[in-house]
Design a protein around this ligand. Structure first.
Ligand SMILES: C[S@@+](CC[C@H](N)C(=O)[O-])C[C@H]1O[C@@H](n2cnc3c(N)ncnc32)[C@H](O)[C@@H]1O
Length: 305
């Protein structure tokens, strides 16, 4: 099988996975630990100098500053387009276009957009490994938890560079940690120590120990998962982009512990919140000691002129 046929097969499998996953509200809630309000607050305070601003509010402010009325903002890997709907409402005189490979999800999302009468948001099926964007057509290319699913990163930066209008940029709110969630030894040691010391057993519903899941297992479920996450910023810089803004959001301790377990933390339960606060303190301590680095980051990258 040629490598392009293999990539085609991986893309089909990823589309199947996400067509199902996005339809399952439990799946979304279980996996996306960043949606928990306390995690949002913690990551925002890390990234935005102690400010308690939501990730999307920060993005709306940033996009407002970096675009003009009428400008097009392209969001790759938009899924159900829920975040794009919020951006469209917050930036009513900008045009937003989301693309995603999961066709069933895109069609459901399009119905939702039409039924709500949103006129500045378009959603379409598209493959970000073969990104097709008209040259000089958009002011911002956006990745919200999506660039870490791109395998053809070099082509992505090249196409992005050609598509961006003068003054444009790529903005990411992304997982930038180890490829395929292959946690470092330091992460595994720290996470297991924190799990045992801080996290009561009632929250250890998926795992009592943090281990590296075999790459083949991850690939067999979703071949796009964290495919080259750790290379996002290096390939961006190699393509000549200037990472003019970068804000680390931590999570190298939190994610291995909380993924698939975050749903056991009820934001209205102060005992649960106290556990999270202790985890925040521990992650902060380990980051200050240089043991852990940022696994999530927000960044803006300006293409070479
Ligand atoms: C982690 S989800 C993020 C969804 C959305 N941005 C959000 O924050 O809720 C990653 C998305 O990437 C999409 N995806 C995976 N491979 C893709 C590809 N080759 N082309 C376009 N989208 C892809 C998936 O369908 C999924 O919706």
């Amino acid at each position: 099988m040629s490598s392009s046929e293999e990539q085609e097969q991986r893309t089909e499998l990823a589309a199947r996975f996400w067509n199902t996953r996005h339809m399952d509200p439990a799946g979304e809630a279980h996996d996306n630990f960043l949606n928990h309000p306390l995690i949002q607050a913690y990551t925002s305070m890390r990234a935005f100098d102690g400010t308690l601003i939501g990730h999307l509010d920060a993005l709306i402010a940033e996009l407002g500053r970096r675009t003009q009325p009428g400008d097009l903002i392209v969001s790759v890997g938009c899924g159900l387009g829920e975040k794009e709907r919020i951006l469209a409402a917050g930036l009513p005189d900008r045009r937003i276009k989301g693309i995603d490979i999961a066709a069933d999800i895109v069609s459901k999302a399009c119905e939702e957009v039409a039924s709500k009468g949103i006129t500045n948001l378009e959603l379409a099926v598209g493959d970000f490994n073969r990104l097709e964007l008209e040259s000089s057509s958009c002011r911002v290319i956006l990745g919200m938890g999506a660039i870490h699913h791109i395998e053809a990163l070099e082509e992505f930066w090249q196409t992005g560079r050609a598509a961006l209008l003068p003054g444009g940029c790529v903005i990411g709110q992304e997982y930038v940690g180890p490829n395929r969630f292959q946690w470092t030894d330091d992460q595994i040691t720290a996470a297991n120590h924190a799990l045992a010391k801080i996290v009561p057993q009632e929250h250890q519903v998926d795992h009592r120990e943090v281990e590296r899941v075999a790459v083949e297992t991850i690939v067999s479920l979703d071949p796009s998962e964290a495919v080259r996450s750790a290379e996002i910023l290096s390939t961006c810089k190699s393509a000549g982009f200037d990472v003019s803004a970068y804000a680390g959001a931590g999570c190298a301790l939190l994610q291995p512990i909380l993924m698939r377990q975050i749903h056991t933390f009820d934001p209205r339960d102060w005992r649960h919140n106290r556990v999270l606060a202790e985890l925040f303190e521990e992650e902060d301590r380990l980051m200050r000691a240089g043991v852990l680095q940022d696994d999530f980051a927000m960044f803006a990258a300006i293409p070479p002129s």
